[in-house]
Design a binder for this molecule. Sequence first.
Ligand SMILES: *[C@@H]1O[C@H](CO)[C@@H](O)[C@H](O)[C@H]1NC(C)=O
Ligand SMILES: *[C@@H]1O[C@H](CO)[C@@H](O)[C@H](O)[C@H]1NC(C)=O
Ligand SMILES: *[C@@H]1O[C@H](CO)[C@@H](O)[C@H](O)[C@H]1NC(C)=O
Ligand SMILES: *[C@@H]1O[C@H](CO)[C@@H](O)[C@H](O)[C@H]1NC(C)=O
Ligand SMILES: *[C@@H]1O[C@H](CO)[C@@H](O)[C@H](O)[C@H]1NC(C)=O
Ligand SMILES: *[C@@H]1O[C@H](CO)[C@@H](O)[C@H](O)[C@H]1NC(C)=O
Ligand SMILES: *[C@@H]1O[C@H](CO)[C@@H](O)[C@H](O)[C@H]1NC(C)=O
Ligand SMILES: *[C@@H]1O[C@H](CO)[C@@H](O)[C@H](O)[C@H]1NC(C)=O
Ligand SMILES: *[C@@H]1O[C@H](CO)[C@@H](O)[C@H](O)[C@H]1NC(C)=O
Ligand SMILES: *[C@@H]1O[C@H](CO)[C@@H](O)[C@H](O)[C@H]1NC(C)=O
Length: 509
Amino acid sequence: MVFSFRSFVTALAATTLFVSDSVQGRQLKKKEIHAKQVEAARRFQSSAAVRREAAKTLNFSSPAAQKFFVDGKSIPDVDFDVGPSWSGLLPISGDKNETRELFFWFFPPGPQGSTDDLIFWTNGGPGCSSLEGFLQENGPFSWSTGTAHPVPNQFSWTNLSSVLWVEQPVGTGFSQGKPNIKNEDDLAAQLVGFLQQFLLVFPELKGKKLYLTGESYAGTYVPYIANYIYEHPGALDLNLQGMWISDPSLSFDVVQEQIPAVNFVHKYENVFSFNQSFMAELDKLNDKCNYTGYMDKFVTFPPKGPLPLPNGSTRTPKGCDLWDTIFNAALIVNPAFNIYRIFDTFPVLWDVLGFPGSFENEQTPLYFNRTEVKKAIHAPLDVDWKECSDIDVFPHGDGSLPPAFSVLPSVIEKNNRTVIVHGLADFILIAEGTRIVIQNMTWHGQQGFQTPIANDSFLVDGVGALGTTHTERGLTYYEVELSGHMVPQYSPVAAFQIMQYLMGFRDKP
Ligand SMILES: *[C@@H]1O[C@H](CO)[C@@H](O)[C@H](O)[C@H]1NC(C)=O
Ligand SMILES: *[C@@H]1O[C@H](CO)[C@@H](O)[C@H](O)[C@H]1NC(C)=O
Ligand SMILES: *[C@@H]1O[C@H](CO)[C@@H](O)[C@H](O)[C@H]1NC(C)=O
Ligand SMILES: *[C@@H]1O[C@H](CO)[C@@H](O)[C@H](O)[C@H]1NC(C)=O
Ligand SMILES: *[C@@H]1O[C@H](CO)[C@@H](O)[C@H](O)[C@H]1NC(C)=O
Ligand SMILES: *[C@@H]1O[C@H](CO)[C@@H](O)[C@H](O)[C@H]1NC(C)=O
Ligand SMILES: *[C@@H]1O[C@H](CO)[C@@H](O)[C@H](O)[C@H]1NC(C)=O
Ligand SMILES: *[C@@H]1O[C@H](CO)[C@@H](O)[C@H](O)[C@H]1NC(C)=O
Ligand SMILES: *[C@@H]1O[C@H](CO)[C@@H](O)[C@H](O)[C@H]1NC(C)=O
Ligand SMILES: *[C@@H]1O[C@H](CO)[C@@H](O)[C@H](O)[C@H]1NC(C)=O
């Protein structure tokens, strides 16, 4: 038999193919997969540069400030120098008998950040600690869910300017004293009282441009804090410019959770993996509850008039809590189902703050509950720190209206820029619900956005289209693909770019 060279090569190729398919399972070697991931991470990171002249940083040399100084080389489990910072407790008023104090951690700007600006960050809850934001979202180092130890955060907001994380209101985290606030105005008054005390210790920060930022229930806190500052000119020696609210609580649950819930499941059908009879049941309930078709009919650009509430009520109609129905069913097929980021599957990842997904998974002491950590940051040793407080920080509930029905429009009008941001993989608050809120809100004399939000309009440097963005009359709205509830954690590159826009470091969203 004549064995030609050509058929030998063909046979060899077939053999190679056979080997790599059946033995290794893939054409790509593990090393090659790894290299692709490293390259992707590098591209992602190179887009984070602020591109400003290196500025000198800030220093605080008064004896009062010295007391709060944190040595960046002495933070437990952090094996790199995070630079100087200041943290501890300060009272919410100058009263001699004041018992209530809030815990803060302040970082001056990194080498490329601006010394003219100050970012204030708060988490929501109510009663959840801003140290979550610090350690897992936008701080100078991060120890995220499922990771082994802290690493420098390339997307730290300290690369933009000074940042102040505050555990507020009273009753949250390390804060001291008994909560007594009745509504959001009380909350704002106490926070502004704290900021006044803060500026007495750090007077070098007086007059800086201020940006108020927060997520989730802070979508309610932040507009009310801004409103308080605008209504009390001269109370605070800072120059409020704008605000960021992400995955914000702005309206009633029926709007932000119920109306869009079944649409959301349809968008992510393969992620939820519900069986067909349950899908049919959901569609039937959606019809019965008058949620079906709501978006197409009422969320138009421009809107045709005020948007209705289903059955005319701010309460969820009886038998129409579809959000809960979906959550319960999701947990049956996926016990790791995470309302904050729906893509999570089994197993639940460990979290150093004890707050992964929708429930606790503690394998070690909570980071901020460790004595050596408390000592390093001047935190009270006798507080059992928890990410979200067990006590009610509004002892008799929050008496304020949701901000969309009160202060939000006027605050947008007074701010230079306002950004509302929403992660599209968030189920606890759903982006389509935020669209309803925006289209039903009147600011600068017009209701909602007048022209449609275009697909693929949010272009992230170094990435490309990653969602949508739309700007009208001082308000910019962003929807971020692949991001869960905590946008700076789940899409740090997008969050960083959005902050650059908010702060005027870039002209386009
Ligand atoms: C951003 O901050 C991180 C962590 O501090 C740092 O490693 C990085 O170099 C900074 N990047 C810029 C552009 O300042
Ligand atoms: C900041 O101030 C402290 C206290 O006065 C001083 O020891 C330190 O050298 C200063 N750091 C810088 C970077 O200026
Ligand atoms: C402190 O005392 C003053 C009067 O002496 C009182 O008006 C104020 O409510 C007290 N403050 C607190 C926090 O107890
Ligand atoms: C849906 O709308 C119809 C007609 O307006 C109304 O009769 C019905 O009560 C509504 N259903 C619910 C659950 O709100
Ligand atoms: C829209 O706004 C009007 C007027 O403020 C209010 O009556 C109505 O309940 C709102 N609708 C929704 C869906 O929030
Ligand atoms: C719809 O509203 C009416 C009148 O407010 C109320 O009686 C009825 O119970 C509501 N229906 C549902 C399903 O909640
Ligand atoms: C379909 O899903 C529903 C909701 O989780 C469940 O009650 C039902 O048993 C499921 N049916 C099948 C065949 O798995
Ligand atoms: C915090 O630490 C204390 C003792 O050090 C412990 O009793 C408590 O259970 C811890 N809290 C949490 C939430 O782990
Ligand atoms: C205010 O916003 C405008 C654009 O909307 C921008 O050009 C300007 O720099 C901003 N001013 C400040 C003080 O941030
Ligand atoms: C935008 O994308 C959605 C699907 O995500 C699609 O249904 C819709 O038609 C698109 N809109 C336009 C104007 O292309």
